[in-house]
Design a protein around this ligand. Structure first.
Ligand SMILES: [Cu+2]
Length: 65
C-alpha cells in the first residue's frame, strides 16, 4: 500500500526505531500497523499499486485538514 504526501512509520516491535515508508508491501490478508503524523494538509492518495485492486476499491483519499 502506498500513501502519498506523508510517511508511514512501520510499527514493527523494534522499539523506537520505526522504519519510515511511503509504500508497504503486504501479502494477501496480511496486516501491519503504522503510525502517521498528519503534518501535510491536503488530499492524498492511499492505494494499492495493482490496478485490479484499485478498481476493486483499494484506492482512498486521505484528507488532512
Ligand atoms: Cu493490492
Amino acid at each position: 500500500m502506498h500513501l502519498h504526501g506523508m510517511w508511514m512509520e512501520l510499527e514493527n516491535g523494534a522499539g523506537g526505531y520505526l522504519p519510515r515508508k511511503h509504500t508497504i508491501v503486504l501479502k494477501p490478508a496480511e496486516r501491519w500497523s503504522v503510525a502517521i503524523t498528519a503534518d501535510a494538509a491536503g488530499r492524498w492518495a492511499f492505494h494499492c499499486h495493482l490496478l485490479l485492486h484499485m478498481e476493486m476499491g483499494m484506492f482512498r483519499v486521505v484528507e488532512v485538514a
